[in-house]
Design a protein around this ligand. Structure first.
Ligand SMILES: Nc1ncnc2c1ncn2[C@@H]1O[C@H](COP(=O)(O)OP(=O)(O)OP(=O)(O)O)[C@@H](O)[C@H]1O
Ligand SMILES: C[C@@](O)(CCOP(=O)(O)OP(=O)(O)O)CC(=O)O
Length: 407
C-alpha cells in the first residue's frame, strides 16, 4: 500500500519592519506591510511530518510529542482545510487519475528544536513547516507566495517563513485576502554575511500575546494610525533598497527605528503594553554606544537591535562584527558556563566569560553589569534559506501513524 507522507522543515523569521495590527482578524489581514530576515534552519527550525491515510478518523496534530487540540474553525484547522482544498482544485480535479487523498484525514507531528514558549517566533516556523509538509504530501504545483496565503491564516508572521533571505509581506487591499502574501526581496545568497545574535532574556512568559495585544493597539492607539499611513510605506521602500545595496548602515537605522516605534505603539495602547524589560533596555544602550563609537571614528553603524513582543533581543550585524558584539554582551551579561554553542568557532573553545570586553573609546557607564542568567542564552545564527523537503529517514511519525516518541 502506498504511504502518503512527507516531512519538511521551516525557518524562523525576525521582522525589521514590524507587523502589528489586523484589519481582518479571521483572515489575518494586516494594517501594514512588513519585512523580515529569515534565519538559518541549521540552528533554529520547526520540522513537521504529515501523513494522509484512509484509516485515520480525524485530523490530529502533535507538537513536541504532545497532542494539541485542533479546534473547529481555528487557525490550524483552517490551514489544513485550505491545503486539502488546494489539493483537490490543483491536482485531483485536473488529473482524475491522481489518488483522492484530500478526502483522507491527516496526522501531523511537529518538533521545534528551540523552546516553543520562549517568544522565539515558534508560530512562524511552525505554521510554515505545517503548510510546507502538506504541500509536499499533496504534490501541489504552486508557488511559495500561494502557500504563504495559507500560512498567513495560521499566524500572520508565518507567511514570511515560506521564503529564505529577505522577505516582504505585502499587506494587499482585497477583502478576501488574495493579495496579502509574502514575496522575496532578496535571496539568502545576496547577503550571506548578515548574521544575527539572539539574546534570550530570562523573564516570565509574555503577559500579552501578539494576537490580543495588536488588536488592542488597533482599537486604542492614535499613534498606530500615523505609523501605518505615514511611516511604514516609506520604510518598506527604504529598507528594501538598503538590502539590495547591502547598505548595513541604512538597514540598521531603519530596523532600530521600527523596533522603537513598534514598542511605542504598544505603550500608546490603552491599557499600555510593555514588552521590553530592564535587560532589553540595557542591551539597547550597549548597541547605541557601540554604534556611536564607530560613527565617532568615521565609520557607520555596526549593529542593529530589534525586539518582538517580548524581552528577547535580536541583534543583526555583518559577520565580522559578531565576535566584538558577543564580547560586549558577555561583559555586561555573564553567561552560564558551557551553554553557548560556538557554531562559527569564534572563540576556539575558550570559556566565554573570560572573553568579555569593549571596543576602545566605549563609555562603560551606559549600562550596569548584570548577574549571571539575566541573559540566559546567546544564539549565533545568520540569514537562512527557505523551507526544506526532508527525506523519509527524517519522519516524525511511526508506522502506526503516531509520533515516534509515542510509537
Ligand atoms: N511546530 C509547530 N507546528 C504547529 N504549530 C505550532 C508549532 N510551533 C508553534 N505552533 C503554534 O504556535 C503557538 C505559539 O505561538 P505564540 O505566538 O504564542 O508564540 P511565539 O510564536 O513563540 O511568539 P511570537 O509569535 O509572539 O513571536 C503554539 O501554541 C502552537 O499553536
Ligand atoms: C511583534 C511581531 O513578532 C508580531 C507577530 O505577530 P504574530 O504573527 O505572532 O501574530 P498573529 O498573526 O496574531 O499570529 C512582529 C512581526 O513578526 O512582524
Amino acid at each position: 500500500m502506498t504511504l502518503y507522507q512527507a516531512t519538511a522543515s521551516a525557518p524562523v523569521n525576525i521582522a525589521c519592519i514590524k507587523y502589528w495590527g489586523k484589519r481582518d482578524t479571521k483572515l489575518i489581514l494586516p494594517t501594514n506591510s512588513s519585512l523580515s530576515v529569515t534565519l538559518d534552519q541549521d540552528h533554529l527550525r520547526s520540522t513537521t511530518t504529515s501523513r494522509a491515510d484512509p484509516s485515520f478518523e480525524r485530523d490530529r496534530l502533535w507538537l513536541n510529542g504532545k497532542e494539541e487540540d485542533i479546534k473547529a474553525g481555528g487557525r490550524t484547522a483552517t490551514c489544513i482545510t485550505e491545503m486539502k482544498r488546494l489539493r483537490k482544485q490543483e491536482v485531483e480535479d485536473k488529473q482524475p487519475n491522481e489518488p483522492k487523498i484530500s478526502e483522507y484525514s491527516v496526522h501531523i507531528a511537529s518538533f521545534n528544536n528551540f523552546p516553543t514558549a520562549a517568544g522565539l517566533a515558534s508560530s512562524a516556523s511552525g505554521f510554515a513547516a505545517l503548510v510546507s509538509s502538506l504541500a509536499q504530501l499533496y504534490h501541489l504545483p504552486v508557488s511559495p507566495s500561494t502557500l504563504s496565503l495559507i500560512a498567513r491564516q495560521g499566524s500572520g508572521s508565518a507567511c514570511r517563513s515560506l521564503f529564505g533571505g529577505f522577505v516582504a509581506w505585502e499587506m494587499g487591499s482585497a477583502s478576501d485576502g488574495s493579495d496579502s502574501y509574502a514575496v522575496e526581496v532578496a535571496p539568502q545568497a545576496h547577503w550571506p554575511d548578515l548574521h544575527a545574535l539572539i539574546c534570550v532574556v530570562s523573564d516570565d512568559k509574555k503577559g500579552t500575546s501578539s494576537t490580543s495585544g495588536m488588536q488592542r493597539t488597533v482599537e486604542t492607539s492614535p499613534l498606530l494610525q500615523h505609523r501605518i499611513k505615514e511611516v511604514v510605506p516609506k520604510r518598506m521602500k527604504d529598507i528594501s533598497k538598503a538590502i539590495l545595496d547591502k547598505d548595513f548602515d541604512s538597514f540598521a537605522r531603519i530596523t532600530m527605528a521600527d523596533s522603537n516605534q513598534f514598542h511605542a505603539v504598544a505603550l500608546d495602547t490603552e491599557p499600555p503594553i510593555f514588552y521590553m524589560n530592564d535587560v532589553s533596555k540595557s542591551i539597547i544602550a550597549l548597541i547605541v554606544e557601540y554604534n556611536r563609537v564607530s560613527v565617532a571614528n568615521g565609520g557607520g553603524y555596526k549593529a542593529a537591535y530589534t525586539y518582538d513582543a517580548g524581552p528577547n533581543a535580536v541583534i543583526y550585524a555583518p559577520k565580522e562584527n559578531i565576535k566584538e558584539i558577543i564580547q560586549l554582551i558577555v561583559k555586561y551579561f555573564p553567561q552560564h558556563e558551557g551553554l553557548f554553542k560556538d557554531v562559527f568557532g569564534l572563540f576556539g573553545g575558550a570559556d566565554l566569560n573570560s572573553q568579555g570586553g569593549v571596543v576602545e573609546g566605549f563609555n562603560e557607564n551606559v549600562a550596569k553589569k548584570f548577574e549571571v542568567g539575566a541573559v540566559k542564552g546567546l544564539i549565533h545564527t545568520r540569514v537562512g534559506d527557505s523551507p526544506r523537503a526532508l527525506g523519509a529517514e527524517e519522519t516524525l511519525l511511526g508506522s502506526n501513524g503516531l509520533p515516534k516518541t509515542l510509537a
